[in-house]
Write a protein that binds this ligand. Sequence first.
Ligand code: FES
Length: 101
Amino acid sequence: MVFYLVGNDSDFQDSQMRSFNVGGVEVMVVKIAGNYYAIGNVCTHRDCPLSDGFLEGYVVTCECHGFQFDVTTGEVVGIPLIDKEPSYEVKMEDGKVSVRV
Ligand code: FES
């Protein structure tokens, strides 16, 4: 597993979900209250991009059919009828944001 640079800290606005192809993996990165989180960006239901969904607190709602995921863990919120999202380690050092996949 390797850390891939995805941008500068100043590139990320609070609670703005952004998508990246990181080492061939589709990842959604979000900064909330100064902390970074990264989970898979491809919804495990039917592949819609979670970064196009709606974020409320730490929960992203997929815009396609409304399934919800906790961005801190990738776990499904509510009844787990679908698979969780993978979650990825994010580090911010010297103003640079990197994701480990
Ligand atoms: S594709 Fe995300 S809820 Fe259906």
